[in-house]
Design a protein around this ligand. Structure first.
Ligand code: SAM
Length: 232
C-alpha cells in the first residue's frame, strides 16, 4: 500500500512513521509513504503557497498552482485521491475498509482556511472529515486515515483476528479487556474470564458489547438492532 501525502509540513510525519506497528510496516515495505513537500513546487521566490481569500474574510487560502504542480509531478494515475477537510464525508470503519481496497491513496493536507476549491474540483475523488471539530492542519487527519487503513493491509497486524471483534464490527463497541494481575487496586477480573468456558466468555463479551453500545452510542445500537431484525 502506498500513501502519498501532499503537505506543507513534511517533517510532521517523521516520528509517527518510525513508531510501533507503522514503523515495522514501513521497514518491511508493506506500507510505503511518499511525502510530497508542496512548498517545493511553489514558483514564488519566497516559496509562499498561500494568499488572501477572494471576497475577503479572515485567514489565508492555499493556492492552486503548487498543489497542481505537485500532483502532476507525483501522481501515478492509479490512486484514490482524498482531501482531508472538516466539511467532508465522516470517516468510519466502512469507509476505512473500502479505502483499504486501493493500492495507492493520495492525501491532500490543507492548512489555514483550506485549499483553493479548483484543486478539489479537479483532483479529488473524496473529501473526508475525521470528525466534527476543526484541526489546524490536515496532517493530523492524514495520519489517522493512514493508520486506520493500514490495519487492513495484510501483514500489518501481528494478529489479524483481532480485527474481527473490534469496536464497530457488527455495529457494536468492544467488550472490556483485562490482563494480569488478576487483582488490581482491590478489583478482580470478572470470574467468567477465568472460567475457561469459551461459550460463556463469548456470551459475556457480547452482553458487554451490547450494554456499552446502548449506553454510549445509541445511534450504533439502533443499527445493530436493525441488522438483527433483518437477519443480517
Ligand atoms: N476553514 C476550514 C473550515 O472551516 O472548514 C477549516 C480549515 S482547518 C483550520 C485547516 C485544515 O485542517 C483543513 O484544510 C483540513 O485539511 C484540516 N482539517 C481540519 N479539521 C479537519 C477535520 N475534522 N477532518 C479532516 N481534516 C481537517
Amino acid at each position: 500500500m502506498i500513501f502519498r501525502i501532499y503537505t506543507l509540513f513534511p517533517e510532521f510525519f517523521e516520528s509517527p512513521l518510525r513508531s510501533g506497528l507503522m514503523g515495522k510496516a514501513v521497514d518491511s515495505g508493506i506500507i510505503k509513504f511518499e511525502i510530497v513537500d508542496i512548498r517545493h513546487y511553489s514558483e514564488d521566490r519566497f516559496k509562499r503557497c498561500d494568499d488572501y481569500p477572494y471576497g475577503g474574510g479572515s485567514g489565508m487560502v492555499l493556492q492552486a498552482e503548487p498543489y497542481a504542480m505537485a500532483m502532476e509531478a507525483n501522481e501515478s494515475g492509479n490512486a484514490l485521491r482524498v482531501y482531508m477537510t472538516p466539511s467532508g464525508r465522516p470517516l468510519d470503519q466502512n469507509l476505512v475498509k473500502k479505502m483499504s481496497g486501493y493500492g495507492e491513496i493520495s492525501i491532500l493536507c490543507g492548512h489555514y482556511e483550506g485549499i483553493d476549491q479548483r484543486i478539489i474540483d479537479r483532483y479529488v475523488d473524496e473529501e473526508i472529515s475525521i470528525g466534527d471539530y476543526v484541526l489546524s492542519g490536515g496532517e493530523f487527519a492524514a495520519l489517522i486515515v493512514a493508520d486506520a487503513v493500514s490495519r487492513y493491509v495484510p501483514g500489518f497486524m501481528s494478529n489479524e483476528e483481532s480485527l474481527i471483534e473490534e469496536s464497530f464490527e457488527s455495529n457494536l463497541l468492544e467488550y472490556p479487556q483485562y490482563t494480569r494481575p488478576c487483582e488490581y487496586g482491590g478489583v478482580e477480573v470478572p470470574d467468567v474470564l477465568l472460567s475457561g468456558n469459551h461459550s460463556k466468555i463469548a456470551r459475556w463479551r457480547l452482553e458487554k458489547r451490547i450494554e456499552k453500545t446502548r449506553a454510549i452510542r445509541p445511534d450504533l445500537y439502533k443499527k445493530y438492532l436493525m441488522r438483527k431484525i433483518l437477519g443480517e
